[in-house]
Design a protein around this ligand. Structure first.
Ligand code: UD1
Ligand code: UDP
Length: 378
């Protein structure tokens, strides 16, 4: 961590922690807290890929993270726009700040953009949540995962399948380190705090309800598929109340396809905008069933023991199926309906919590990062 400059003065080079989109905040928060408690100088950098208060600011408040030190304000746009603009701006920041290391998480455009910049500038980069693969290259995140893992220096994996995928891609063994699932650290750190959320009362929810989240382009950017999913929800809604915190992409597409009113007419459905983390954890942990296409929710429901039905054809998180409570159903309305109704009748799939999803992942990550900097720093 200590860096001796040309004139013999000792300085501390910072670690840059990168966040950009909603699922990044709950992965970086425990790493930030752990590194800070060890006295490490940190720069929290937000690319601004997500920017609405309820997709960004609320998470800093809920997760007890300080305001970002650097806000790039990239905003929405095409994949090339987002990735390219983050790269151009991030390169300038790295030149100015001279970090000892950069930490990126997950599989969003901000992740791959910052990782490529590090690789070209010779800055050590650690990828948290490395090795996940859906083997579906139509999914933008799959491209981001493959590119990020091919050039990041430290590949910190959440589960053994991650290690295996990286080995199969020819990645050197010393770059692969299993640390566990850091998103579960945030979940455990905040379960008790979430109990004080009043969201169930505020929404006037019934005792039994399900949660729905949707935002994958493969589901909501295709009118026919989106309408098919809604037809399944129209049947499920007769059996259990559905709470639907709608992602901005989904709201935009529902309105564009004139499907919004149809969703709002599903029996007893409660549509909200995206909700904050503590409210969402409160909603999820008290629900009977989760229907989703989110990556993170497949993991959180496995940790909470709540049955999860995933409206995708595949998953990059197969351990949630083999060990956890997740069932992959795709977007066939008949299968969505029958699996959901069956889960409501039987109580749904039970499972166990995967190894190293123990709330101590940030501690292991900090050990790895500090050890790497001490042994490889300039
Ligand atoms: C992104 C990630 C995805 C992740 C998801 C989490 C990529 C390629 N995709 O998808 O992996 O699962 O975030 O939520 O990085 N919008 C707003 N306000 C915001 C943010 C977005 O209105 O604060 C709207 C805009 O219309 C925008 C659209 O949502 O065009 C999509 O946003 P974008 O960041 O491009 O992708 P997501 O679908 O959010
Ligand atoms: N989440 C939230 N509010 C919501 C929906 C989700 O706080 O309205 C949290 C959820 O608990 C998880 C993360 O956001 O921690 C998942 O983000 P998202 O589904 O957007 O992304 P993905 O995991 O699919 O990349």
């Amino acid at each position: 961590m200590e860096h001796v400059t040309g004139d013999g003065e000792i300085t501390t080079k910072p670690i840059i922690l990168v966040v950009g989109a909603r699922p990044n905040f709950m992965k970086i928060a425990p790493i930030y807290a752990e590194l800070q408690s060890r006295g490490q100088e940190l720069i929290l950098l937000h690319t601004g890929q997500h920017y609405d208060d309820n997709m960004s600011k609320v998470f800093f408040d809920d997760l007890g993270m300080p305001k970002p030190d650097i806000y790039m304000g990239i905003g929405s746009g095409s994949h090339a726009y987002q990735t390219g603009t983050v790269m151009i701006e991030f390169e300038k920041i790295c030149q100015e700040r001279d970090p000892s290391m950069v930490v990126v998480v997950g599989d969003v455009n901000s992740t791959v953009a910052c990782t490529i910049v590090c690789a070209k500038m010779g800055i050590p980069c650690a990828h948290v949540e490395a090795g996940l693969r859906s083997f579906d290259r139509d999914m933008p995140e799959e491209i981001n995962r493959i590119l990020t893992d091919s050039v990041a220096d430290l590949l910190l994996t959440p589960s053994p399948d991650g290690d295996e995928h990286l080995r199969a891609e020819g990645i050197a063994e010393e770059r692969i380190i299993r640390v566990g699932n850091v998103m579960i650290d945030s979940l455990y750190n905040n379960l008790a705090r979430a109990e004080s959320s009043s969201i169930q009362d505020d929404l006037g929810l019934e005792d039994d309800y399900s949660i729905l989240t949707l935002h994958r382009p493969s589901n909501v950017d295709d009118e026919g598929i989106f309408a098919g999913i809604i037809s399944a929800l129209e049947v499920i809604g007769k059996e259990i109340q559905i709470v639907f915190p709608m992602h901005p992409r989904t709201e935009k597409m529902a309105k564009q396809f004139s499907l919004y009113e149809r969703i709002a007419s599903i029996p007893r459905i409660k549509i909200t905008g995206p909700v904050g983390y503590l409210d969402f954890v409160a909603l999820m942990s008290n629900s009977k069933l989760v229907l989703t296409d989110s990556g993170g929710l497949q993991e959180e429901t496995t940790a909470l023991g709540i049955p999860c039905i995933t409206l995708r054809e595949n998953t990059e998180r197969p351990i949630t199926v083999t060990e956890g409570t997740n069932t992959i159903v795709g977007c066939d309305p008949e299968l969505i309906k029958s699996t959901a109704l069956d889960a409501l009748t039987t109580g749904g799939k039970s499972g166990r919590i995967p190894e190293m999803w123990d709330g101590k992942t940030a501690h292991r990550i900090a050990d790895v990062l500090i050890n790497y900097i001490e042994n490889n720093g300039d």
